[in-house]
Design a protein around this ligand. Sequence first.
Ligand SMILES: [Zn+2]
Length: 353
Amino acid sequence: MRKENGGMGFRNLYGFNLAMLRKQGWRLETNQDTIVSKVFKARYFPMGDFVDAKLGHNSSFIWRSIHASQVVVRGSLRWRVGDGSRIRVWYDPWIKDEGRSYVTTAVPMGKGGLVVRDLIDSNGKVWREDEVKTMFNEKDAKNILAMPLIDEVSADKQFWQFTTHGNYNVNSAYHYVMEHLVNNRGWRMEGSWLKLWRLKIPQKVKVFLWRAARECLPTRCRLQTRGVHCSDRCVHCNSSFENDWHVFFGCEKLEPVWSAAYLWHVIRENLEIADRFVSLFFQLLDFLQHEQLLSFVMTLWCIWKRRNDKLWNDIETQPRISLQTAREVLLQWQQVRDSQGRRTQDNHRTIDL
Ligand SMILES: [Zn+2]
């Protein structure tokens, strides 16, 4: 899922496989002159096109895999009208309309076999306007008559409608699959995810923040809901449930930590407004700027580390010292980043000379 929707930017494997397979399907549909296309066509769709081919019995593994991509080919392909002889009016995608490429008019009696050429005047390359207006609903008629017919173009041609040049590419196929075929709406979460990923902090801290904001840190309450037998009490105060809110904002033992980071007044002001960890987290991510923002995210990381130290090693470090460690982690990371930046500049200078 994309980072802006709360994912980590990894590709969905099913979606990516389908997009890759679709490349083979696209070749079978649009380039029927190759030997491979001829072999598949002879065996699996001798009388028609790839988009209409049935899976059939005793199919090979390769054919079954490619056939799975048929749904993507169908959804992404459109015909460019030449002489109109290959395009079936009612069953092929050839309309240029937002969101769909098929005509929406019901098939009139006895007209099922119509091809687009039947709608073009044989004396000149213009639409048979009256016939189009009579046969189709207003929207289809408008779309058809708006399509230009070019004299010099004779062959109908299929093209991939999600890139400007009309050629297939895996990225656009992948996005088509994810938007139309894979239901990932349930995984999306609102929030300034891009701002989180663009923070200039160590990667391990970003991943920690992502896990916290996706509500997947192993707090004791969460572990219990997943069937782990453990106490649900906070490791510091032992008097309340250890959920995300309590770990980072609610526990009374946190005040000295946030105070040492000079952020307690900001947290206190916002405690009443938000009701969940995630809402307050994104609220402050949007609101805080520069040094304060860096301090906020590094303090969250520090709080989680203090909680783990207490839980696993029974160590309770002074808030001031824990925060100092977090600042050093950030500082070291910044120094490495700056020295790498300088080295790159030096290399460029050497090349310039
Ligand atoms: Zn507590």
